[in-house]
Design a binder for this molecule. Structure first.
Ligand SMILES: [Zn+2]
Length: 149
């Protein structure tokens, strides 16, 4: 049954998204991520400084407010599973994903592939992605300074 006011035969007008979209590339130049939020504006995970993309809306907090999920799409290939020992001696399983061209690690999730298939978050490794194709991101050296000698 058609929705009221919508004809299945009439083409829908092209609607521009109401939010900006930012494009990110691997340091090899391969397109990896399009996202409605700048990476530097995302929360940073204290454990490894990765950026946190939210796959699902949060549970309601005080006042019933929810943090909405980010809108994003990732082009990557599946990588190895890493098991990390946290500071509290618990273990964390990380399903890595890699650049489809150069196989450098881009990030990880806590749930088995495919990406965004049930986990709460997608993590982007620091220094993995650049907004400018062909240019390394400013944090590519992970905070290490190159000493001029
Ligand atoms: Zn790459």
């Amino acid at each position: 049954m058609p929705y009221p006011g919508k004809s299945p035969h009439r083409p829908q007008p092209h609607v521009e998204p109401k939010f900006p979209l930012y494009t990110y590339y691997c340091i090899c130049g391969e397109f990896v991520l399009v996202c409605n939020t700048l990476l530097e504006q995302l929360a940073q995970r204290p454990m490894d400084h990765s950026r946190v993309l939210r796959c699902l809306d949060s549970s309601p907090g005080e006042g019933g407010q929810r943090i909405p999920a980010h809108i994003y799409k990732i082009s990557a290939s599946q990588g190895p599973i890493q098991v990390i020992q946290r500071d509290d001696n618990s273990f964390e399983r990380q399903y890595m994903f890699l650049c489809t061209r150069c196989q450098l690690p881009i990030g990880y999730e806590h749930t088995a592939p495919p990406l965004k298939s049930g986990g709460k978050f997608t993590f982007i490794l620091p220094g993995a992605l650049s907004r400018q194709q062909g240019l390394a991101p400013p944090d590519v050296l992970l905070g290490e300074k190159i000493q001029a000698t």
